[in-house]
Ligand binder design. Sequence first.
Ligand code: PBG
Length: 325
Amino acid sequence: MAFPESRPRRLRRTPQIRNLVAETSLEPGNLILPLFIEEGLSGRRPITAMPGVDRLGLDELAAEAQVIKALGLGGVLLFGIPERKDLRGSGAYDDRGIVQQAIGELKRAVPETLVIADVCLCEYTSHGHCGVLDGDQVDNDQSLPLIARAAKSLAAAGADIVAPSDMMDGRVAAIRAELDKAGLSNTPIASYAVKYSSAFYGPFRDAADSTPAFGDRRGYQMDFRNAEEALREADADLEEGADMLIVKPGMPYLDILHRVKTEFGVPTFSYNVSGEYSMLKAAVNAGLLDERAAVLESLIGFRRAGADAIITYSAKDAAAWLLSL
Ligand code: PBG
């Protein structure tokens, strides 16, 4: 059937018809909110590079957990800013570390809060790299036991899911083995299998105080010219025992998200990263974009491309809009 019998506009005529035939849904439960928890901080401290996002002290977490519950968010993803850093990132696998404590606070306040712990050394190393150094290189195999220890410590502290973001080869297998040995065989791994070296992480490094002291991360994070390699990374992580996959960044990588979801069909999250958030905020603050419309359209875009959930700094705002609060 062709025009004039066929008229696609018939299905766009009223909001009710449009809702009936909409292919994609978005709910607060699809959204995961990253939280930055700063050791020694009491209250909140705004992150200059990310207007509207604060670092939180431990004393803020009970109230934050209540808000997250009221909004029905899917969960939180935790990052820590420790008081002290060292060459081997020991704060990451300290059972009394800042994120380990934060998990306790959140779970005490609202036990059903779904807590995902980011697993990486970069916030805890004095040099800001995601593993330990051998000269000016990040040593893959020496980093693995430390990353696995961090995952175990976070899972033991009560994290529901651990999410390694370091991009060392073999870390999913190392984490799975360490968790299983510790009796934590029910803790899922959401692997940042596909993490590109990206300019869009700029504001995060200010937020989490994790800028590399020298060089960059191109020796371990993926080259953004590659897509086939993303499928090999995802395949390798699933072979090693990943339960879920994360594709990062978000908006410039929807093609990768779609291919990963289509190829493997496992739960797949997209990370709408700091630079994407700050870029949109800047346009909103300059009066160039309608924030609500632009954020919801972007989030639907992730869902349409195949994301089961989206990690986004806009999670609370978006949930409130979806609930029409
Ligand atoms: C590193 C990590 C980074 C982000 C999440 N985990 C930064 C990096 O790789 O440099 C970036 C997230 C964002 O930009 O929102 N463990």
